[in-house]
Design a protein around this ligand. Sequence first.
Ligand SMILES: [Zn+2]
Length: 1105
Amino acid sequence: MVLFCLVKSKPHFKKKSSDGFLRSHRDGEHFANHPFLKRFPFAVRFQVFYDDVDLVNPLGSKVKIHEIGNFCYMILNIPPLENSSQKNIFPFAIVKTKHLQEYGFDFIFKEFMKELRILESEEGMLLDIPHRPGFRVHGTVVTLCADTKGAHEIGGFMSPSATKLCRLCEIIRADIRNHPTSDNVVLRSRRSIDEQAQYMSENCPNGDPSTGIKGICPLNDSSCFHIGENFILDAMHDIPEGISPFCLKLCLREWNIHKKEYGLSADFINERIRSFHYGRYDSENKPSPKFTDANLRELGNYSTKQRAGQNLCLLRNFLLMFADKIPEDDKHFRFLILFLSICDIIFSPEVTIAHCNILKVMISEFFEQFNLLFPETQPINKMHHLIHYPQMIKMHGPPIRYWCMRFESFHYVLKRRAQFIGNYINICKSLASHVQRLHCLNVMEKEILCTNKIFGPFEAGKSNLSFADVIALLPVSLHREISLDPSFKNSVHKWVKFQGWEYRPRRIIVIKKSYETESGLPKFTLITNIIVQNNSTIFLVLSVLKTVSYETDYHSYLVEERSQEQFLFLKMEATNDEIKMWNIDDVEVFLKSKGFDENVTNILKGKFMNVVLREILYKSYLILYYSKGNEIDGESFLILNDVEVASMGFKIGPASKLRKLLEKLRSADSIAGNHTIINEPNETGTTLRIVIPSTSTSEIPVPSTSESQESTAEQGAPNVMEILKCSQKGKAIVFNYIERNEDFVTHSERIEIVNIVCNHMVECNQQKHYPSVNTKHMYAAAIIKSFPCLATKHTNQDGGVSFNHDVFYHPVAGGFIENKIKEIRRKEGIRKRKPNGLSKNKESDGIAGEKKKRIKKIKKGVVPEDKLPAADGFDEEIMKSMVEWMKVHVVSVNNKAKIVEYMEKTFDFRDRESTFRFKCVSEILVEYPRFMDCDEGSLILRDFHQKYPDKHFSFKSRFLDRFSAPLRFLAKSGNKNVPKSSDDSMNSLILCLQLMPAVYNVKKASFESKLDRLFHLVKENASISAIAKAKDVVHHKQPFLIVVGSLEHPLSFNLILDFSVIPLGSDCSRAFNVLFASFFVFRLEFPKNLDKFFLFLDSLSFKYS
Ligand SMILES: [Zn+2]
């Protein structure tokens, strides 16, 4: 039935990726080496799945009675995107678990195997389809997925608690720790399992503990499938429900017991989990704040009391939630970051072989760290499973294509139905007929495979828009780039769903991946508008974000909105990454369009009973199933040779015409093959057509022109041994390596080698921080030349062995060298390459990002002094002595000039220390007390101007002169109270606050409280320092002004920084200037609710200068 629908609905089939990525089973080694699939590449590939479901409340008394086993399959030929839809999961048996335990699995698979044997036979299965007489399909089971317990039961293995705990290899429990890779484990195979099962049935019918075999897998009856060759593990049960809570709990326990100073108590953790701002995509999986101190401290309790999805969400956001509390050199913290990098590859929807090799090295390092940090803890089974992942991904593609997560969601359908009917008599039958009805409905309603575009509601008043209306909505820079058809009607939507992904304004999408940009950082964009044309085509208006850096400690990218906004216009189109199947009528139409007459199509129809046509990139070619006697069954029309064409009974004319057409189609195919490499589909399976406004081309990475110059400039490959010998640490590595009898390098040595080599590369390379691809390849090759044991061994299909340096450098996967260079760039603040190939320091870049980044740095745990970057341009000793001198010399007429001079000279030093050493303003003020008593805050203004030399915030000319009069006019016409202060600037500032929509729209706080965050009024004889000490730390966290006197008659102004008071005199305009500068000099955030006001002033002073 399913097969029938599949054929009828002209499905899109997944094509092999041609760009070296593994995206699905189709791209893996398993498909390539499968004998049956080699002969029938278009055979239907089944993925069978089994799991137990509790139908009733898991805490109730009837749990075990109403537990059912659910058997489903998926068809892997269908593209992963469509397979993620629930309607493409086909259940084939529902049975009570207790019956499975009683009678085994054989009776379930009996019927299934009958049909499977027909599908696997030479003739295949005959389907009765109108217009397509004699259509035959082939098919086989390629994988069997289940959770650990289920997989062991079905596969005939003893339970996972047996000594031989793994279904893929014969490792014993005590050895888990000592096998960080799968290199030295004995893998199970078809032969070993059959022999062991034979031995078991003769000698120990209850299972043989020495082999871990207990029975025979019913699927072994298949001619192609054997449990010994089912190299599959389930990522969902292994990671979110296994290693992830295990590692989190171990680290949290350590921090809770031994590192009390971090403050990671259960209450604190719960509070952070509760108050964290989860994105929309995570909102369904918010972790529950259920930690208790007792639970955290309990030895051997690895449960976080979360569902798989919640665990995954907690793991992904863990560093964002807690990294600020943990020093960056904490060993457990590094361990967790390493684990996150491993998860990144495992959960990625597309990986390369190089990623698998890197994964293998990282897993091995993970084990090493684990053994070091937790020598007492027995690793769980799932940690052992991890070592099989690199090989598994190479064979079957990304684990998220065959993990249980999708199937688990199908359980929900069953559970809901069972609870709804509430009658548990023969519940299996009730559920089975329910899912059958559901599938019938799917089939009747629509084609079995289709993912519709789904549109959310219109934005109010924005439906049925003409071309001109749309233009008016869009930023000016896009006006010339819009590719809308003017004759169609458009609408603006609140959200759309396209190919299973939901798009909404203010959501972020990736338009360029890290390996596609020059900086090595991905390019993010923010959706600003969603326009749908003619109710069918979706266009996104995107604002490009600036990717500032990759923050290792947070395991995330730091992005910011650009000061000068840049927009893109994006048409959402499905990729042509699939094969379309046509029936014989379509072929007839196609051939007629190519000028073949009735006669030829009749011959074709007579000769070939089954026809499949595939169309790639608008160029079609034919694949014909030559079914008569199955002479060339399943082979494509394209490979019909001239003799075969001649033997088909055509007249000379049509035959040569057909030959010519075939030739043309073949060459079109090869062109199409090349084309897909250029036209990279993004993660969501969508081809992005990007229109970049011509005004902003400066930001787009241009392919380096200096590449060729450089390769000539660099002669001879580097000698890594020699490079290492130049440093103390390197020398030790070389010495130890030569001393050793065995050929190996430890992980810490490998990391140090990469450090030294990369620093050398940056120093010696002409292009400094942006070495060319060639250079990186050269250094990577040099490393494995000096240390052959670090090379990755690659065995090709014919058994030939070759070595490569993928893990050190690979253009797509990155590798250790690429990562290290990115880290160097981040640490040294190198943001962009200048056209001449030299790097540019970020100091001259925009200030907003500067500020954001520094604030984060200040919050972070203490950075040891020795980690400071090398001093450049100043002598540290001299700087320190100047600072000491200033500490003890109070301002006087005689030494004022000297203080100003010293402050100027120590500016760079201070700037660097503010980044790496000082954690708050008070610390800076203790070190530089002259900020407080010299000339009413003038040193703050001086620092500000030194930091941004060409950007003078002329408050008077840019704000007061331009806005005072209009503001007053606006206030009068809007019937607002015009404040009556004797100071004009104060009047204007208050009015501006009052009239600015971004400020009055904040309803949480009253206007008085907002004003109070700027000007805090006190009586004439009040003690200002006492008020500063007793201030409300929430509302007055940021700097503000204390005004002595009244609004009508302000007498003097004082700046409050932390708890210190800086008198600023009686001029409001100047006092405000100092306040404004202090945000930048001390790197502070603008006050809450007033940030828009300050940003407005910020833009006045910086943007239009
Ligand atoms: Zn194993």
